[in-house]
Ligand binder design. Structure first.
Ligand SMILES: C[S@@+](CC[C@H](N)C(=O)[O-])C[C@H]1O[C@@H](n2cnc3c(N)ncnc32)[C@H](O)[C@@H]1O
Length: 352
């Protein structure tokens, strides 16, 4: 990690709960992971960038506002092509460290670009608050059974509001949510589970009803997120998210041999006609935890919204033996991308 990146992380200010719940440190972790395995990530990033650049080309003239939710360090956003098309660019993220990073990156660009507006906070207007409430509940309750019951009761009632960002700008022409949907639950889940384990030396997962209430709450959060994206009349919206997690172990060849450069196309992993991962090497495969808890993105778009055929591809996120903790297996995510057309004309939705 460069010292400037570390400095970005250290000087992050704002809502202290964001740091407590791990957003800035995870942003740094993502950057490090990308730097370690960028050749493996590139096909995935290029798919998102290509889709967004294509949407940008459809915009007739310069103007209006671009919203990027979960913008991070813009790894998967073709900012060079997209930003000049807009009067205003608004980058939403819960990690304040992105602002100095992105500002430095844009300053190095040859031609001037609109200076982005940074909105640092929780774009659900809910999960950070709910995680803080859960933490308080855990810390102030004497035993794990009572805490789990209180969590279950509270989470069942937790009703995420419609987020404020769709109403904050009158001239939105494009809204983007890349690699964010599954993350909306990831950080708060991890925080609540960690606090519970630390306090009681028990895993929250052992309490089925509380764990299920937590997951159902995140399902409601994700549904709200997509409803909000769908709500822009006359604007296009782009949503991509991981939808499945798989771990693999290479058979017959060591990673050094199998991953020799040049890498096979798509970093060695494609998606077959049934939507399952297909590897360039012999592997054993195991399905990981479901990042969307049985939700299907296709079911979350309101009826009548104009959608292109969804796309599906594999993101080779952790190549085997490239990271501590992954000596003898690797991990891929299957990603789906959805495009809401600006015209809003209903389109047939099928498997892409
Ligand atoms: C997997 S990263 C993707 C970042 C970016 N799209 C990229 O690829 O460079 C997810 C991003 O969403 C942000 N994020 C997660 N939950 C959020 C929330 N509730 N509100 C705003 N941002 C959030 C994280 O801080 C992180 O930057």
């Amino acid at each position: 990690m460069a010292s400037t990146d570390l400095w970005d992380d250290l000087r992050t200010t704002g809502d202290p709960r964001l740091r407590q719940q791990g957003y800035p440190s995870s942003g740094m972790g993502l950057l490090e992971r990308f730097q370690r395995s960028s050749a493996f990530w590139m096909p995935h990033l290029e798919r998102n960038r290509g889709n967004l650049a294509r949407l940008g080309l459809q915009l007739p003239a310069r103007g209006g506002t671009l919203l990027v939710l979960g913008a991070g360090r813009l790894l998967d956003v073709p900012w060079q092509d997209l930003f000049p098309k807009f009067e205003r660019v608004v980058l939403f993220d819960a990690d304040g460290g992105i602002a100095p990073f992105v500002e430095r990156m844009l300053a190095r660009h040859a031609s001037p670009l609109p200076a982005p507006v940074f909105e640092i906070g929780d774009c659900t207007d809910s999960v950070v608050q709910v995680a803080a409430w859960a933490e308080h509940t855990i810390q102030t309750t004497p035993g794990p059974d009572v805490a789990a019951r209180l969590l279950e009761e509270g989470l069942r009632q937790a009703d995420p509001p419609a987020p404020a960002w769709p109403r904050a700008f009158a001239d939105v022409r494009m809204a983007v949510s890349t690699n964010l949907l599954s993350q909306l639950g990831h950080f708060p889940r991890l925080h609540i589970q960690t606090v519970f384990k630390k306090r009681f030396e028990r895993r929250l997962r052992a309490f089925d009803r509380a764990s299920e209430a937590l997951e159902r709450y995140f399902c409601r959060v994700r549904a709200r997120h997509i409803q909000a994206l769908a709500s822009f009349a006359g604007a296009s919206a782009y949503l991509s998210s991981d939808v499945e997690v798989w771990t693999y172990a290479l058979q017959a060849a060591s990673p050094e041999v199998a991953f020799k450069t040049p890498l096979p196309p798509d970093a060695g992993v494609t998606v077959d006609e049934r939507g399952r991962p297909r590897f360039a090497w012999p592997v054993t495969l195991e399905r990981g935890l479901d990042p969307l808890h049985d939700q299907r993105i296709r079911d979350l778009w309101p009826a009548g919204v104009g959608l292109e055929q969804p796309q599906r591809w594999a993101w080779h996120i952790v190549p085997q033996a490239r990271e501590e903790g992954y000596p003898d297996y690797g991990r891929i995510h299957l990603v789906e991308a959805w495009i809401k057309t600006a015209s809003g004309r209903p389109a047939r939705v099928g498997t892409g």
